[in-house]
Design a protein. Structure first.
Length: 375
């Protein structure tokens, strides 16, 4: 079976597209082409081809370039196409009118995410949310099927009455440790630094790691780009008393994946805090499971989306929304009992090896596509 992945904003090596879905389909004997807008060069791997078009910086121009993407997609003559960005769902409808089948893979709750973008004027946000939701529904009504990364997306798109497959972004087994390795007294956060992710609050936790703090002898590292220039100024002002210290590190910029992974594996505790706004209350953070796979105990804001999926019995520590200021105290309590912390780390790894891994989650993908192609 020939499959084409279509994207406009996701990079060709996006973990879900390339390392998970594409790898699973190739392992099942299918040929996959990743057709996307991206700048740079990417080496093909067995069973995978990259077809790249220049990626415009301007969002409006990028959407218009979808026409070229559509024509090239049709030339590739796939058995089925998987669309990964809502802004090019019209490409799927165009392909469908020419007798082709496509699937929409909804990675995120896009109507809320796009309405929550900083560049979006407040007065336009309600309209943007409705417009994206309407486009998603139009796109899914014409699709052969739908893939979602969280069950809330499945509920939102259910009115399209199309077959839906939920595939959470769990780590691949090869990235799950067999046991917690040598670790530092380190607490880490990896990801975008922004207000909804408690960026400035996490930086303010640094005081607890100082010589007279609750977590003396430990180190806090916050790795990732800061959301905006204005927010950067605020964060750097809060971080100033701690800069250059041995207990705190804030590069304030993108950190390469291999470096970030090495630091996660070295950490005993990872942070995944989020304000349960309309835009974020339904997410299932893949970061939580990435931490767990490394034997790094996550401290996580509890959201309804985790209900029935993961619990403290699996290793994480959950914080009630609004109680995030207790995080330094929670870290101090975990740090006092090394044996209990190690047991939590072992539970995290075991939970990933037995439940939260892509090999279990993604095994239905090839069959799902084959059924859609043959019906």
């Amino acid at each position: 079976m020939r499959i084409v992945m279509l994207a406009s904003t996701h990079p060709p090596t996006d973990a879900r597209i390339f390392s998970k879905e594409t790898a699973t389909l190739v392992e099942a004997g299918h040929r996959v082409t990743i057709l996307t807008m991206a700048n740079g060069e990417f080496e093909a791997s067995p069973g995978v081809e990259f077809e790249l078009m220049p990626r415009p910086k301007n969002r409006f121009v990028r959407v218009l370039k979808g026409r070229e993407l559509a024509r090239r997609a049709l030339e590739l003559d796939a058995d089925i196409y998987i669309i990964h960005d809502p802004e090019i769902l019209y490409v799927g409808r165009w392909l469908a009118r020419r007798g082709k089948k496509y699937i929409y893979d909804a990675h995120e709750p896009y109507p809320d995410f796009i309405a929550g973008k900083a560049w979006m004027p407040c007065i336009l946000k309600p309209l943007a949310r409705k417009a994206v939701a309407a486009e998603e529904m139009r796109g899914t009504e014409n699709a052969a099927g739908i893939i979602v990364a969280m069950r809330e997306n499945a509920e939102r798109l259910a009115p399209s009455h199309r077959p839906i497959l939920t595939l959470h972004n769990f780590p691949r087994k090869k990235n799950i440790l067999k046991e917690p390795g040598p670790k530092e007294n380190l607490v880490i956060y990896v990801g975008g630094i922004m207000d909804v992710r408690f960026g400035k609050e996490m930086i303010s936790f640094a005081g607890a790691f100082a010589s007279d703090g609750q977590v003396e002898g430990w180190r806090l590292e916050i790795l990732g780009p800061i959301h905006s220039d204005k927010y950067r100024e605020l964060c750097m002002r809060i971080a100033e008393p701690h800069r250059g210290s041995e207990y705190f590190h804030l590069p304030g910029e993108y950190v390469k994946y291999d470096i970030a992974l090495q630091r996660i594996r070295s950490a005993k505790i990872g942070l995944s805090l989020v304000r349960p706004t309309r835009n974020y209350r339904q997410i299932v953070s893949s970061k939580v499971f990435d931490y767990m796979a490394c034997g790094t105990v996550p401290i996580v804001t509890w959201l309804p989306s985790y209900e029935g999926l993961v619990s403290e019995a699996d290793g994480p520590v959950f914080v009630t929304p609004g109680d995030e200021d207790r995080v330094p105290q929670i870290i101090a309590e975990l740090a006092k009992d090394e044996a209990a912390l190690r047991q939590r780390a072992e539970r995290c790894i075991e939970s990933c090896r037995t439940k939260f891994n892509w090999e279990i989650e993604g095994k239905e993908l090839p069959g799902f596509l084959e059924r859609l192609v043959n019906t």
